[in-house]
Design a protein around this ligand. Structure first.
Ligand code: HEC
Length: 187
């Protein structure tokens, strides 16, 4: 009967936080630790956010706002997988911040990049290739850029080989739109 109690507790706990935690991992943890049944319902208010996705910026959007922002994106980005996008952003993180007011690293801060003219962030020293690119960043340009920066803009100093899976690019672009303050055109 302990088993049934543990299962029930695990289910309830999972139901509450499944949106932000991996359900399978949690269930596995409960089984391994087997302490879930002892705590009963009192541990129902487990922390609701995974540590990985809680940017510290004061105006950081909530998960609900992010979901709404995602849904408002044009296809195919509205079906983007934000968690895959976030994990693909790991490739960018060594050179870019994406938070509002974040520092330039090797590459420029990416907050507000959608709708910004390429190579135009004040205070960052771009290559001529990017500075003179002559377009404004949107999903289509970013898709080509991320596929192969040096083929798309020869002479760029962004030394990133490219993200070759188109679906990964969709997910990453959706993630960037949601994270960098992109606003869909007013209805
Ligand atoms: C090794 C460092 C490095 C990595 C990794 C990297 N970048 Fe860059 N990025 C740069 C540099 C440097 C520039 C400036 C390029 C230039 O001026 O030629 C740049 C420029 C850009 C720009 C143009 C910004 C503007 O203001 O015009 C975008 C967009 C961008 N990177 C996105 C990304 C994304 C998304 C990733 C991850 C998939 C990524 N970068 C990975 C270094 C990097």
């Amino acid at each position: 009967m302990r088993r049934a109690v543990a299962d029930g507790a695990a289910k309830r706990l999972s139901g509450i936080i499944m949106r932000t935690l991996n359900l399978a991992a949690l269930a596995a943890l409960c089984v391994v630790v087997s302490a879930c049944s002892k705590d009963g319902g009192s541990s129902g208010e487990a922390p609701a956010s995974a540590p990985a996705d809680a940017p510290a910026a004061a105006a950081a959007p909530t998960d609900a706002e992010k979901a709404a922002a995602l849904a408002a994106l044009p296809a195919p980005y509205n079906t983007g997988d934000l968690s895959n996008g976030q994990s693909k952003f790991a490739f960018c993180r060594s050179c870019h911040t994406a938070t509002e007011g974040g520092p330039d690293l090797t590459g420029p801060n990416l907050y507000g990049v959608f709708g910004r003219k390429a190579g135009s962030k004040a205070g960052y020293a771009y290559s001529d290739a990017v500075k003179n690119a002559g377009f404004t960043w949107d999903a289509e340009h970013l898709d080509k850029w991320l596929s192969s920066p040096r083929e798309f803009l020869p002479g760029t100093k962004m030394t990133f080989a490219g993200l070759h899976d188109p679906k990964d690019r969709v997910d990453l672009i959706a993630y960037l739109k949601v994270e960098t303050g992109y606003k869909p055109p007013a209805k």
